[in-house]
Design a protein around this ligand. Structure first.
Ligand code: CTP
Length: 417
């Protein structure tokens, strides 16, 4: 989604300026066209050459450069941008932006720029907390700017406090989210489930599964990047994903907790949910009576021969229940099926039994597909009997392919009489 996007990046004179170099590199690798503008003070920390080498484009640092090029281009740069990102944004530049000043290249471009403004303040914590800085941030937010909140941690001053420049991955997620505002899921509310549920045996043990959560997280992030409001309900995940940006994340443990969260989101939402994608690997059985205390060897729970019997009872089928639930009618429902045998036959019968709009099936026994992998090879089963076999793709691309098929279903529902 970043391909050919025009991003003007303002870099201000703070110690975090050097970290903006990594941001430019990642944006450029993702295909964005990044025009970097350094404030005069930024050039004391980093050089235009650093950014020119990384962005493969000329860098602006002086509105009044003798060639006249910067002065001639500042309106066009602002007008043609898809996003104006200021990272790091210092207290001084926030004040200048809030005041609408145009005393250097960055602020002059900002005044001529109708694109969304994304600000990543980074400074010493007292400067950040000062009423003047906070008032300037409020002013900018009221005018439509989005703020990437600075992180808490070790600061260049030697103190620990709020004001740290966020990780590149966090900044990239904000960039994608802001650029995606007008996407084909804009105005839609979607619920995605991810990870695996865990059923306790006793306070320390559980029955779980090998779900990494990667597919569900990719689906949630892709929906966000297309403008949707996303609720991600996640069970246990073996992948260590950073907290997703711009996505409401709710953690659950057991299947019953997942069911309660999905039902609350889909049936009791004040604003209706448009789509539910169940990528979670749900435990079909739970221990009938988890022990209140840790099960000990030789305890009364054991059978006479030293074996232990656990009685499992069936969990409700969350998707199947929604199929006949009037309050969930109209929600586009997508299920997943992780199979090890007879993929097509099982998938088709699941789609029918759970009355799904789409079923995404994968053969978890295949290399590169299923649990814990970065890629997935899936087949998409449609209500009308069509089956599309996709190639082995990164999970982000599988997620995009799934939303590509959900979008027309959402549109079809709107035009239905
Ligand atoms: N699912 C669900 N509730 C359950 C079990 C599964 O909503 N109790 C959802 C999953 O999130 C997935 C789809 O149903 O989207 C299919 O899950 P899967 O475990 O493959 O199907 P099951 O119906 O459990 O069939 P089986 O385990 O017998 O293959």
């Amino acid at each position: 989604m970043l391909k050919d996007k025009r991003i003007v990046l303002g870099v201000c004179g703070g110690i975090a300026a050097y970290k903006a170099a990594d941001l430019v590199s990642k944006l450029q690798q993702a295909g964005a066209l990044v025009d970097v503008i350094l404030t005069e003070r930024a050039t004391e920390f980093v050089t235009p050459l650093t950014f020119a080498a990384l962005s493969h484009r000329r860098v602006y640092a002086n509105l009044w450069e003798p060639s006249g090029e910067a002065a001639a281009r500042h309106i066009e740069l602002g007008q043609s941008a898809d996003l104006l990102l200021v990272a790091p944004a210092t207290a001084n530049t926030l004040a200048r932006l809030a005041q609408g000043m145009a005393d250097d290249m960055l602020t002059a471009v900002a005044l001529a720029c109708p694109a969304p403004l994304l600000l990543a303040p980074a400074m010493e914590s007292h400067m950040y907390a000062h009423a003047a800085t906070q008032a300037n941030l409020r002013t900018l937010v009221e005018r439509g700017a989005t703020i990437v909140p600075p992180e808490t941690g070790h600061l260049a001053s030697g103190e620990v406090g709020v004001g740290r420049f966020p990780e590149t991955a966090t900044l990239l997620a904000y960039v994608r989210r802001v650029l995606g505002r007008g996407g084909d899921l804009a105005g839609r509310r979607v619920v995605v489930t991810a990870g695996g549920t865990q059923e306790p045996l006793d306070p320390v043990r559980y029955i779980g599964n090998r779900s990494s959560g990667l597919m569900g997280f990719a689906l949630a992030e892709e929906a966000r990047d297309r403008g949707a409001e996303v609720l991600l309900i996640a069970g246990a995940t073996t992948a260590t994903e950073p907290e997703p940006v711009g996505i409401e994340l709710r953690r659950v443990g057991t299947t019953l907790e997942l069911r309660a969260a999905v039902r609350a989101a889909v049936r009791e939402a004040v604003v209706g949910v448009d789509a539910l994608v169940m990528a979670a690997a749900v435990a079909d059985y739970r221990v009938e009576q988890p022990a209140a205390q840790k099960i000990k060897k030789g305890s009364a729970a054991e059978n006479a021969d030293g074996s232990l019997t656990l009685r499992l009872v069936t969990n409700p089928d969350i998707l199947a229940e929604l199929a006949t639930d009037e309050r969930a009618a109209g929600v586009v429902r997508v299920g997943f099926a992780a199979e090890t045998t007879e993929v097509a036959k099982n998938a088709a019968s699941k789609l029918e039994r759970k009355q799904l709009d789409l079923l995404v099936a994968n053969d978890v026994a295949k290399a590169g597909s299923g649990f814990g992998t970065e890629t997935n090879e899936v087949a998409i089963f449609h209500r009308d009997g069509r089956v599309e076999q996709l190639a082995l793709l990164p999970k982000a691309e599988v997620a995009a392919a799934i939303w590509d098929r959900v979008v027309p279903l959402l549109r079809a529902r709107e035009t239905r009489p």
